[in-house]
Design a binder for this molecule. Structure first.
Ligand code: SF4
Length: 322
């Protein structure tokens, strides 16, 4: 049974079923749009494309995370305290939010409103991404318009399914100034859709999943100003890389000391570590340089293309002392 062709169609169908819950997204600005890049939002609504299977699978991972959290809540007996996929709508403009979980009471039963936005990630960041915070703040704003007398709070639940880790970024609440700013941004997006304003790109970690990346002017070489969350990730990568280099140096000198002790063949153990040294027999390889010099015709016949790869370099910027 060859599942792959079937699978590729099925993943597309799964994601379309899921989007049905959100209605026709070309007709309104949603909370994730408000937090997103204007160029992407504009193109998604005016020139929609089906994302790649790999991107769709990442979206499905988000849905799977929501289902898992729901099952966990239900298993803990709090199903009566919340609703899922709650639609909130602005009274005057086509602005909406679909809240993952809306709790009507705290876990001890004290009445309150609490919005939970679930994010499935491959690594939990130290700080919530600004786009997550904007999305949640906009949801809290629409919730406040609907229930102005009830205090509304919110949190972001980041879940890393591979590592089995979950983290709650908690303590968000409705904020007038923030909601005003986000509402203006939502109206700007509506203007873009009406061709009254230019949908400008803004780079963020979500560019990784953007279907309109190839011709995006914001990512055109030679240089892109890094958004803060990507700067933090790249900084961490560079830091780990330098730890790796110094670890490799240290390992090299320890290796020599160990080999001085063991010789070329050895088996030893303690309560905490096994130490084994063995030899890998020599083998023969073609001397490419000699082949090229002595048999150039054969050399060109046996040449084959090596697949290219993407090289990632993160280096700390050296400060220049005047
Ligand atoms: S690549 Fe990034 S900046 Fe460009 S349109 Fe997509 S999300 Fe916006």
């Amino acid at each position: 049974m060859n599942l792959m062709p079937f699978f590729e169609t099925a993943v597309v169908a799964l994601n379309s079923n899921k989007s049905v819950e959100l209605g026709d997204r070309t007709q309104y600005i949603g909370s994730s749009d408000v937090a997103s890049c204007a160029r992407k939002v504009y193109l998604q609504k005016t020139q929609p494309v089906t994302p790649s299977v790999s991107t769709l699978l990442k979206f499905s991972r988000g849905h799977a995370a929501e289902m898992l959290i729901e099952n966990i809540f239900n298993a803990a007996g709090v199903a009566h305290l919340y609703e899922t996929q709650v639609e909130l709508e602005h009274p005057f403009y086509p602005l909406k939010a679909h809240v993952d979980f809306l709790f009507h009471a705290d876990l001890d039963g004290t009445p309150e409103l609490h919005v939970i936005e679930v994010k499935s990630v491959s690594a939990i960041p130290d700080e919530p991404y600004p786009q997550w915070v904007d999305q949640l703040s906009f949801q809290l704003g629409l919730l406040h318009l609907k229930n102005p007398k009830i205090k509304a709070g919110g949190s972001i639940l980041a879940i890393d399914l591979n590592a089995g880790k979950v983290h709650q970024f908690n303590g968000f609440s409705y904020n007038d100034a923030v909601f005003n700013y986000l509402s203006c941004r939502a109206l700007y997006l509506l203007d873009c859709l009406d061709e009254k304003d230019e949908a400008r790109p803004s780079v963020s970690h979500t560019c990784s999943y953007c279907s309109y990346r190839t011709d995006c002017p914001a990512l055109a070489l030679p240089k892109v100003q890094l958004p803060s969350e990507i700067e933090a990730l790249a900084g961490k990568y560079a830091e780990l890389n330098s730890t790796k280099s110094s670890a490799e140096k240290e390992m090299k000198s320890i290796r020599q000391e160990l080999m001085d002790f063991t010789g070329p063949a050895f088996k030893g153990c303690s309560d905490t570590v096994n130490l084994i040294v063995s030899s890998v027999a020599s083998s023969q390889v073609v001397d490419a340089e000699q082949l090229l010099q002595q048999y150039p015709d054969i050399y060109s016949e046996v040449l084959k293309e090596r697949a290219g790869y993407t090289k990632l370099e993160c280096k700390p910027v050296k400060s220049v002392n005047a």
